[in-house]
Design a protein around this ligand. Structure first.
Ligand code: SAM
Length: 253
């Protein structure tokens, strides 16, 4: 079940940059009490809406995979981001090519997408890349579950899917070890401008016309350097990135 702190609200949690979490919860209660129609109130992942349809809550494939694999507050908070990814993955099935995620971490979003589209049975390949661990020489910040064994845990998560390749190493260098010729769906989530632009340099030309690119960190102020670099990179090639309220960026090739 989604966590509900208020009878009118869907609150999957995880907010960032707050001075006081209880103060936000109080403000959300006030907002809910002030709504004339008590529908469509969502608050999570720094996104607050009301009187919106929230149609993704009725997406059974998404919600079942979400309940199975999104267990921690940041994963549950990212529900709307996952709904974007589910849309992108389904849309990408209209064109030729494989799926890619640069920065898969625990493999949560890739696993959810895989289940939403029944990827295990598709004649396509899913390429996942990450460092999986952190040391002081690495330019990205460490994450809670980075460890020497994380790559094995991710391999275990995808053990039932023979069409998934997991490559450990630094993007873009690690793309030399394994990469698709044609891409239908690409998710960049590296929290690092240089690495993401490096991935675009190698992979963007391989995205099929109509393929979908989602840039996870694009609209978050903490990763503004990525927005600056990616807007400029895309502009040189005649593309514009749509900034979504979830903080994601989207390009249809
Ligand atoms: C926010 S996490 C990704 C979360 C994941 N996409 C999900 O939705 O579950 C960012 C990941 O990017 C990885 N990363 C950062 N820079 C990298 C690089 N240059 N090469 C490979 N992985 C990198 C980190 O190790 C980290 O696991």
């Amino acid at each position: 079940m989604l966590f509900r702190s208020h009878p009118k609200a869907i609150i999957p949690h995880a907010f960032y940059g707050l001075k006081s979490h209880p103060a936000l919860m109080g403000a959300l209660d006030q907002l809910a009490d002030n709504m004339t129609v008590s529908r469509g109130f969502f608050a999570g992942d720094n996104l607050i809406t009301f009187n919106k349809s929230l149609g993704f809550l009725n997406d059974q494939a998404l919600m079942q995979a979400f309940q199975r694999h999104a267990t921690l507050p940041p994963e549950r908070g990212a529900l709307w981001r996952l709904a974007t990814l589910a849309w992108a993955a389904r849309t990408a099935l209209r064109v030729e090519g494989d799926f890619v995620e640069c920065g898969c971490y625990k493999g949560v979003s890739a696993r959810i997408i895989s289940e939403v589209v029944g990827f295990a049975d598709l004649p396509r390949h899913y390429y996942l890349y990450d460092l999986f661990q952190h040391d002081e020489t690495m330019p990205h910040h460490s994450m809670l579950e980075h460890s020497e064994t994380l790559v094995d845990q991710v391999r275990e998560r995808f053990a039932d899917m023979s069409n998934v390749t997991i490559t450990q190493g630094r993007v873009p260098d690690s793309l030399a070890q394994a990469k698709p010729d044609k891409i239908a769906f690409m998710h960049l989530d590296l929290n690092n401008a240089e690495a993401e632009v490096g991935a675009l340099e190698v992979l963007f030309d391989r995205i099929s016309p109509g393929g979908v690119l989602i840039l996870d960190d694009f609209g978050w102020t903490g990763y503004h350097a990525q927005q600056v670099a990616e807007v400029a990179w895309m502009a040189e090639r005649g593309y514009h990135i749509l900034e979504l309220p979830t903080g994601q960026g989207m390009v249809i090739k």
